[in-house]
Ligand binder design. Sequence first.
Ligand code: XUL
Ligand code: CO
Length: 437
Amino acid sequence: MSTGFFGDIGKIPFEGPDSSNPLAFRHYDPDEMVMGKRLEDHLRFAVCYWHNFVWPGTDPFGGETFQRPWFPADTMDLARQKADVAFEMFAALGVPYFCFHDFDVRPDQDSYADNHRDLMAICDYFEGKMSETGVKLLWGTANLTGNRRFAAGAATNPDPEIFAYAAALVKSCLEATHRLDGENYVLWGGREGYETLLNTNLAQEDAQMGRFLNMVVEHKHKIGFKGQIMVEPKPQEPSKHQYDYDVATVYGFLKRHGLEDEVTVNIEQGHAILAGHTFEHEIAMATALGIFGSIDMNRNDYQSGWDTDQFPNSVPEVALAYYHILQDGGFKSGGTNFDAKLRRQSIEPDDLLIAHIGGMDVCARALKAAAAMIEDGTLPQFVADRYAGWNDPEAVAMLNGERSLEEIAAKVMATDAQPKPVSGRQEYLENVVNRFV
Ligand code: XUL
Ligand code: CO
């Protein structure tokens, strides 16, 4: 039954590249076969609850601009009204998945017991909506940043009672995710960091965060949750410095706490940019380290210096991201979650649809371009050839630890050969990429 929020909408159709209908896909045809797999199964799109149905359009200088009929969503009736609209949008877009924080879907109260009860009641409601629409849960997560109790951190709070409160919230949300057959569970540590080292014990906070994540993994196994536990790196904002700075930093943390085989990463475009990386750098680093999990798709403004969460619109950039994902064999339980929000002046309900349609089309074009790059083979072959010298038995012996520094130096001295530099051919490779995007 229609909520009326979007007027009279049905399922957004695929009309092909020549269509000028703003409420149609031009590049995302879920059934199109790419590298032997349906586009829908490659991309595994998810729509997030928070930016679309919770955030009211505020910024540090201005209040609510969106004025949705379910605001302030502080009762269960309003929470259900919000869910009705959310699932109507998921179904209209034809996305297979959604994602949520506990805080997004239920009223937020002081009492843990009330919050837990309401989360479970919303899970009942979601179960009906999910079976009606066929929309599944890509991942759930707990909001450990908004409430004032978390101002000094959740797992890394100096107060053990707040650590315990955060642990209880994560338990509740992990169980809700499990109940809804969620395919992953995400932890983003927006307050796990510091504002000033003058009041911070780094070693203590690292120990707390390591123990916290170990408990989450232990509980996952205890309840039989099969999904991945994922950490979402971000260097700063809201904290001045966040511990999960980027993929490489998270890997060091996981190693230190024995979690590198248990936890993967959810990589967000905007967070990569804030860390001084490209999106593809973070993805390639995660695949190289064996911890790639999922992506939060968005676009950060390159000038602003804060997290702008815009919808993606650059096919060449997004193509390089999917190029690395496809080379890693594609998503396993992860997917493409739009952690993206409207600009606060885009106040019409259909702006929500148009933003996602555009983002999904960009991702579809980008994934097809990435697949074409792989099928063409020039780029992967270039990299393989570039390292081919390492197949030489002497090179294999060096890499395997069968040669010491002394032995190698003696050999260099004896032959006194001059190694010849080889062109890296960056411009040629960039031109190859341009054939596909
Ligand atoms: C914050 C962010 C979060 C996480 C989930 O920058 O990306 O929305 O994705 O907590
Ligand atoms: Co995110």
